[in-house]
Ligand binder design. Structure first.
Ligand code: SF4
Length: 457
């Protein structure tokens, strides 16, 4: 039997070595000059001439990023009233950093196996979203496993049904499963309730929604848009360098495929976000290359990316950790530098998000002084990070947001998903609930009794 890959086996073509100096890179960053990959490597490593992180240099990078943040977006810290409604955990792709999935065969009708996961029907999704919208929520984010029965729409279902080798395209008919998730367009139109903003269909899901066809991503996203899709989360990006993807997610969409799908989504008029998932096997050269690919994409899509979301790898309960391919996640220094260098490098993306789900409250707040200016959303239901061992996958109320943001002297601002609509919140005027949604009137989303368990207290 072949021995599994371990941390000691990993060698990469791209390594953090440059002809640049830390001082030059910092000078360019302070002057708001456009940074190169080598500059970014110098800043992310606090200089390739030193071993480990130099604390004085790190503070210089963070300070430059904090100044840039103040120049670009001022003192406001934004957040959104959103719901996470993930449709299914059934997935066969087997990404080694993921513990969100449950093997798809455990969802089948005639299995003896007990599935630990869930699948929701379109009707269930609609009910969940309708309840959230009644409570004032105005964005639903939905990212799911690649259920083998999922098809884009009825036409795609017919193509998959007629496919000579369904296994080769990861397809099994809906009847084989205990619960039929419906098609992607069924789910999107079910979630598109009362003008709620539907943020869904990552490039990976779009890839699944065209398998077995020669349809372009424009066709796929065009049909999803017609069903009610508003914007596309740029997750599944992980690290956009093939030699890293080959280790952590060999079965997943390629770098080129991810970029092509994102561009197509923008071409049909959908807004985008972009992400990086770092702190696993990659090095600072890969992080810098990733940032460059995102910055170039933003040029091509003419500014359609509204925010960049750094996601620190949560290693607990993941195959990468359990098989000793990694011994942990990113350090706090690395997290802070990644946020800061994202702010400095991505000079064409206005908003950098601090994810309290990944970093926790205290560090999440600190990130707002390292270059970040957005603090996520209420996340009425959060499943992905919780299942991977993250400790912060809980609902966050507007009152929590106002307290946290005011505590660091910044201005709490409710925003729409696309940042087009904003409302500054006066911390002296409770109660604090959303006001930008079709049914939001300032009432808190959950009553204190409904908050079980409370987020912090
Ligand atoms: S990251 Fe997504 S595609 Fe990969 S295994 Fe997890 S759910 Fe499946």
């Amino acid at each position: 039997m072949e021995r599994p890959v371990t941390e000691a086996d990993l060698t990469f073509d791209h390594v953090p070595e440059t002809d640049q100096s830390f001082e030059n890179a910092l000078t360019k960053a302070r002057a708001s000059d456009r940074l190169t990959v080598d500059d970014a490597i110098e800043l992310l490593t606090t200089g390739t001439d030193v071993d480990g992180i130099d604390q004085t240099r790190k503070e210089q990078v963070l300070e430059a990023a904090d100044r840039r943040r103040a120049d670009v977006v001022g003192e406001e810290v934004t957040f959104v009233a959103n719901l996470n409604n993930n449709v299914t955990t059934a997935c066969n792709v087997g990404c080694l950093f993921c513990n969100f999935k449950d093997a798809a065969h455990t969802f089948e009708r005639d299995t003896e196996l007990q599935s630990a996961g869930f699948t929701k029907t379109p009707e269930e999704s609609r009910e969940i979203v309708a309840d959230a919208v009644d409570r004032g929520v105005y964005e639903v984010t939905s990212v799911s496993g690649l259920h083998p029965a999922f098809a884009l729409d009825d036409e795609h279902l017919e193509v998959l049904e007629a496919h000579p080798e369904p296994k080769a395209v990861n397809y099994k008919p809906p009847e084989a499963y205990e619960i039929d998730p419906g098609t992607y367009t069924d789910q999107i139109s079910a979630m598109s309730v009362d003008g709620v903003h539907v943020h869904s269909m990552t490039p990976e899901e779009a890839y699944h929604a065209r398998r077995g066809t020669d349809w372009s991503y424009e066709v796929v996203y065009g049909r999803l848009k017609a069903a009610g899709l508003d914007t596309v989360p740029g997750t599944a990006a992980e690290i956009l360098v093939e030699e890293v993807r080959e280790v952590i997610c060999p079965g997943k969409i390629s770098t080129e495929g991810w970029l092509e799908a994102m561009e197509a989504a923008a071409n049909v008029g959908l807004g985008l976000t972009a992400t990086i998932m770092y702190g696993h096997v990659e090095n600072e050269a890969h992080r810098a290359m990733h940032l460059q690919r995102v910055r170039e994409l933003q040029e091509r899509v003419d500014g359609a990316i509204t925010e960049f979301v750094p996601l620190s790898f949560v290693h607990q309960n993941t195959p990468l950790y359990e098989h000793d391919v990694v011994s942990g996640g990113a350090s706090i220094d690395e997290d802070e530098l990644l946020i800061a260098v994202s702010r400095l490098f991505l000079d064409n993306i206005d908003h950098i998000q601090s994810s309290w789900v990944k970093y926790g409250d205290e560090q999440g707040l600190k990130m707002l002084s390292c270059g970040a200016d957005d603090f996520m959303g209420t996340i009425l239901s959060e499943e992905i990070t919780k299942r991977a061992g993250g400790e912060y996958g809980e609902y966050r109320s507007f009152a929590d947001y106002v307290d946290l943001i005011s505590s660091i002297g910044r201005v709490p601002v409710e925003r729409s998903t696309d940042y087009e609509t904003r409302r500054i919140i006066d911390p002296d005027e409770p109660p604090f609930g959303p006001r930008l949604g079709p049914k939001s009137d300032g009432t808190p989303i959950l009553t204190p009794e409904e908050r079980a368990p409370p987020a912090d207290d």
